[in-house]
Design a protein around this ligand. Structure first.
Ligand code: ADP
Length: 463
């Protein structure tokens, strides 16, 4: 049974984990698809924006014209390659501000409302020549060169939009001696457009909000259901165990008086016994006692399983010391055959208490009987006042209760220790009943115990 439940719990947990993993995988996939769709859509909206915008086009014209002149100077060896590139960077950066403002305005016109940054990067600049090309700048495709114009952000934060190739030829005049000579070159200028959408993750997640809320709700619902089912399963199993223990205990308890009864009736059938009035009397006495014992057992089961809400109290006000002394002297008489030391210590001025004497007596006797049953030879009953509570403390020097058992001893049918051992008789109902009676009085009961040293049960009753 335990094995079956464990397998069931394990299977449910594995199933739940698999379900969670699949859900996480699906959400992640949807996120990636949404992200790609969003980026593609943005790319489409802004791709070649500067080709179709007159302002952006004219800004591009400015740096391009200046660069062509600078390349002519490079051709005439008036400029080195490095200073040519520095000049290009310097001139485009001067135009950055205007470019950015114009680009933002264009984006707005194209329906891009979120915060988007854009820049152009230089990949290659090559002077084309039929004999040998002159590479002025080259960058690995993955690195995308340097920022030419536009917003300043790290390449890693951006997404590539498109590549553009600017192919042009340029003719310039050179003074050679007295004559002016016309020279020309062909140029290939490759750029990459890169965008960086600030908070794009938030935008995509926002688009997924509905799906995420539903998924998390389903996840929590299934988790709750599983948790509840497993908890229920364990509780049911505990109850089933407790019931089995109870049936075992009660069977054992009933067996002894029944065996004695059967023996006594067998004896009564014998003629020899019937002839002696004394033996008949004593046998009838035995039958009577066993009968009372059986009746008591049945009453215990019927009575002691009442819940505190079912207990009808009939309260009366009584002097605490007189009432408790009476219970203790009755108990001493009942336990006369045992070597027991009972001490008492009453609260000064022995206050009046309002209780149902019948129920509280049974509750206290249950605790006293347990003290003796579980090894106590010295019992101390004391009372005191604590705020508005009247306290009755019953202390014994018995075997004590482990902290694990302490939590459960007030539960119905609970018996501490090894359930197989029947050397101490009981049904696990006494403390449950005591607890219910105290609760019906609006009070509470606590136990303080140490294995091997004894236990103290403290009853709080509102005065
Ligand atoms: P039972 O019929 O088993 O005595 P109770 O409800 O009266 O049932 O007690 C529950 C369990 O609490 C007992 O089985 C016993 O293990 C433990 N217990 C109760 N009182 C004491 C005590 N004074 N000392 C040690 N253990 C105790």
């Amino acid at each position: 049974m335990v094995k079956k439940i464990n397998v069931l719990i394990l299977a449910s947990v594995i199933g739940f984990l698999a379900f969670s993993a699949i859900q996480a995988y699906l959400i992640n996939n949807t996120y990636k698809l949404k992200k790609d769709a969003f980026l593609n859509e943005t790319r489409r909206s802004i791709s070649r924006l500067d080709d179709f915008s007159p302002i952006l086009d004219s800004i591009n014209d400015i740096w391009q014209d200046r660069f062509l002149v600078a390349v002519s100077e490079y051709e005439q060896q008036k400029l080195t390659r490095d200073s040519l590139l520095s000049q290009l960077k310097k001139e485009t950066q001067e135009l950055d501000e205007d470019y950015r403002i114009a680009y933002k305005a264009e984006m707005k016109n194209n329906g891009v409302v979120y915060d988007l940054q854009f820049h152009k990067r230089v990949r290659t600049i090559i002077l084309l020549d039929s004999i040998q090309n002159d590479t002025l700048f080259y960058s690995e495709p993955a690195k995308d060169g340097f920022r030419l114009i536009g917003d300043d952000f790290k390449r890693e934060d951006g997404h590539r939009i498109s590549n553009s190739l600017w192919l042009t030829d340029h003719t310039y005049q050179v003074q050679e001696g007295d004559s002016t000579v016309s020279k020309s070159y062909d140029l290939q200028f490759e750029t990459v457009d890169v965008m960086n959408i600030d908070g794009w993750k938030r935008i995509v997640l926002n688009q997924l909000k509905g799906l995420l809320i539903i998924s998390i709700s389903i996840f929590l619902f299934v988790f709750g259901l599983l948790y509840y089912s497993i908890k229920n399963l364990i509780t049911q199993k505990k109850i089933a165990d407790i019931k089995t223990d109870f049936v075992n205990n009660i069977t054992h308890e009933l067996k002894t008086p029944l065996a004695t009864l059967s023996l006594a009736t067998k004896m009564m059938k014998k003629d020899a016994i019937l002839e002696s009035a004394e033996i008949v009397k004593s046998t009838i006495g035995t039958i009577e006692r066993q009968n009372i014992r059986l009746q008591k057992l049945i009453d215990q089961v019927l009575h002691n399983s009442l819940g505190y809400t079912e207990i009808q109290l009939n309260k009366e006000t009584t002097n605490s010391a007189t009432y408790l002394s009476q219970i203790i002297s009755d108990f001493e008489i009942a336990q006369a055959d045992k070597d027991l030391t009972l001490t008492k210590e009453w609260a000064p001025s022995s206050p009046e208490i309002t209780i149902d004497k019948f129920y509280i007596t049974t509750a206290i006797v249950n605790i006293l009987e347990n003290a003796v049953k579980y090894g106590g030879t010295q019992i101390k009953v004391s009372t005191r006042l604590e705020g508005k509570d009247f306290i009755i403390a019953i202390q014994d020097n018995g075997q004590g209760i482990s902290s694990k058992d302490k939590k459960s001893i007030f539960d119905k049918f609970y018996r501490a220790g090894n359930k197989e051992i029947h050397d101490v008789k009981g049904l696990g109902l006494g403390l449950y009943y005591t607890h219910q009676v105290i609760m019906a009085h609006g009070g509470e009961i606590r136990v303080d115990s140490k294995v091997g040293s004894g236990s103290t049960f403290t009853i709080h009753i509102p005065k």
